[in-house]
Design a protein around this ligand. Structure first.
Ligand SMILES: C[S@@+](CC[C@H](N)C(=O)[O-])C[C@H]1O[C@@H](n2cnc3c(N)ncnc32)[C@H](O)[C@@H]1O
Length: 201
């Protein structure tokens, strides 16, 4: 049996329900706080832990060329089925190393980490941040959303603070542009989210 990438535990078995769940909200709602910071000119975007591709599809519709990284095969399959556009390249890869994305030899104007970073433990986060930072073009935007609250059954998740994430990002030259909290759009009332945005030097 193939070993699961750390963080993906629990996603494959519930992928059908998750696909309906993730697609029930709009990109503009999920990223409301950081919309004014997004690049306005079409460029290259990278969605890491893209799920079923809701955000990748929205970015493609805005004219961006998108790489959607999703290590859970069942979610990737939903993504291809729901959002099978030529403007999205789906890749089976993941944090902390992102080897296949690095092998593309590209830098990106926008990178999304939506509901993904808190799946990594502290050592993985320390390994992943420079790997993510190295994929950012000069002046690029990185957005990070961190889920807080009870961990769903079967998932591997850590309580990762916005403050720790800002400090780690700063170590790799990323300046904080936005830091706020909000209640969950999806999930129970005990869940809340940190919304962060960073600019590469
Ligand atoms: C909460 S879902 C969010 C999906 C999507 N970004 C969204 O907002 O709808 C978290 C996603 O991260 C993926 N994931 C888990 N561990 C990962 C890792 N180590 N590297 C990249 N993605 C990972 C899961 O497979 C899942 O698709």
């Amino acid at each position: 049996m193939t070993e699961l990438l750390p963080g993906t535990e629990g996603y494959g078995a519930t992928a059908d329900a998750l696909a309906r769940h993730y697609e029930s909200v709009a990109f503009a709602e999920v990223h409301r706080e950081v919309l004014p910071l997004l690049p306005t000119a079409p460029g290259r975007a990278l969605d890491i832990g893209a799920g079923t591709g809701r955000d990748a599809a929205a970015l493609a519709a805005l004219g961006h060329r998108v790489v959607a990284v999703e290590p859970t095969p069942e979610l990737r399959a939903h993504g291809r089925r729901l959002h099978g556009t030529a403007a999205i390249d789906w890749i089976d890869d993941g944090l902390p190393r992102l080897d296949k994305v690095h092998a593309l030899g590209r830098r990106f104007d926008l990178v999304l980490l939506t509901g993904v970073w808190m799946h990594l433990d502290a050592a993985e986060r320390a390994q992943a941040m420079p790997r993510v930072a190295a994929l950012l073009a000069p002046g690029a935007l990185l957005t990070v959303q961190l889920r807080h609250g009870p961990v769903p059954a079967g998932r591997r998740m850590f309580d990762v603070s916005a403050a720790e994430t800002r400090a780690l990002a700063a170590d790799f030259g990323l300046a904080t542009l936005h830091d706020s909290e909000r209640p969950a759009l999806l999930g129970g009332s005990a869940v809340w989210w940190s919304v962060l945005a960073f600019r590469a030097a």
